[in-house]
Design a protein around this ligand. Structure first.
Ligand SMILES: [Ca+2]
Ligand SMILES: [Ca+2]
Ligand SMILES: [Ca+2]
Length: 397
């Protein structure tokens, strides 16, 4: 669901319409979006393992929260974040590419949700267009990595703030981490490096999950190519062995589908094996297999949770490893164990639609975090507003 588009922004014309309220202190009536979200029911299919999903307070806003990751302890949440109605704006960009004499897109119409402190509303021109088409008050809005935290799993998360790895003038997303067991973390994430291209970066041996300042480091060769590497997931197996999973959009020689690739390091990240696409027959059989997350259950069995459209909409699936020897026999998944974990479900009252479930991420005790895409009914949509995506959780029973 993570997309790479360029967002021109008429920043000088941002207008914030603020309701001043009245003396009665009556809360505003719920909006259609409020009602859709409160009536949405993603369908857990493994009801003996997971509780009924709930939308996560404070972090499920009208901004675009995608590419989610939960820390092992459940106290830190991360997301691809853009304060925009993303699908609708991409439709506009696709319909009106930036070729003269087209004017810059009216991005202010698509802005919604909170603009994070530090968000890069770039004032540079996206292309070398003359001032008569895109003057210097136009620019881009890029995504950030947003971070929210809480003191205990019984507390609500804080609201979003910009993560230290977020970099101006590029798209940041797909944050993940590996606990090194010595008080440090390897942080990994994806970042756009030029138009329509993504690479994986990391912060090795970070002192925290959100350090005060970082310098982005390109992930070591041979992971990054001229294609789009996205949604990294890093798993530490032991003191020396690491497994990196990532999405491979439009891989070299591929079809334009999205598939899951992996690479293994046996020297603690100093060098990495040549990346391989997980073999078909189990996982990469469909046009969209992506956003994978390795999870070890209480019986020390390894599972791969992932997003797939193998049954129509993108939904959350999982598959069990055949022998748990991930480092020496990674690509050996038990095809008979593949099962859907969360289906799209429905919106009660037919006031909206559920369009996708994805980005699974689990805490060490098995609470399952994911994102939900829901849309207004076509009759209620405008050219600027149609769908939203929010973080949800199904806690472990
Ligand atoms: Ca949202
Ligand atoms: Ca950014
Ligand atoms: Ca790349």
């Amino acid at each position: 669901m993570r997309m790479n588009v360029n967002f021109p922004l008429l920043i000088c014309c941002l207008v914030f319409l603020v309701s001043c309220g009245d003396s009665s202190n009556n809360p505003p009536p719920p909006t259609l979006w409020d009602n859709i979200k409160s009536n949405a029911s993603p369908a857990i299919l493994l009801g003996t393992e997971f509780n009924t999903p709930t939308r996560i307070a404070n972090v499920s806003t009208l901004a675009w929260e995608d590419g989610m990751y939960i820390s092992d302890d459940g106290l830190h949440l991360f997301a691809f974040y853009a304060p925009i109605s993303l699908f609708k704006f991409q439709q506009y960009v696709n319909a009106y590419p930036y070729v003269a004499p087209n004017v810059c897109a009216p991005i202010t119409n698509y802005i919604r949700g909170t603009i994070l402190n530090g968000s890069d509303f770039e004032l540079q021109l996206p292309y070398d267009l003359p001032d008569s088409i895109c003057n210097h008050s136009n620019g881009l809005v890029h995504s950030e990595i947003a971070h929210a935290s809480r003191a205990s799993v019984n507390d609500n998360f804080s609201t979003w703030s910009q993560h230290a790895v977020s970099t101006n003038f590029v798209y940041d997303g797909g944050f993940s981490s590996a606990d090194n067991g010595d008080g440090t973390y390897h942080l990994v994430y994806s970042q756009s490096t030029s138009l329509n291209q993504n690479d994986i970066y990391w912060v090795p041996n970070s002192s925290s999950l959100n350090p005060d300042a970082v310098t982005p480091v390109l992930f070591p060769a041979p992971i990054n190519t001229n294609m789009q590497e996205d949604n990294p997931h890093l798993e530490r197996i032991n003191a020396t062995d690491l497994i990196l999973l990532f999405d491979n959009h439009f891989e070299t020689g591929g079809t334009g589908d999205t598939h899951i690739s992996y690479s293994i390091s046996v020297d603690n990240g100093t060098s990495w094996g040549a990346p391989s696409t997980i073999a078909t027959g189990t996982i990469n059989d469909y046009t969209e297999d992506l956003s994978s997350h390795l999870f070890m259950d209480g019986a020390n069995n390894w599972w791969l949770y992932f997003t797939s459209n193998r049954d129509g909409n993108v939904e959350v699936w999982r598959v069990q490893h055949t022998n748990n020897n991930l480092v020496t026999d990674f690509d050996n998944w038990n095809s008979t164990s593949i099962e859907k974990v969360i289906a799209v479900g429905s919106v009660t009252g037919n006031i909206g639609t559920m369009e996708g479930i994805g980005e699974p991420s689990l805490t060490s005790n098995g609470d399952l975090y994911f994102v939900v895409v829901y849309c207004k009914n076509p009759s209620e949509q405008t050219v600027f507003d149609g769908c939203d995506i929010d973080p949800w959780v199904a806690t472990k029973k």
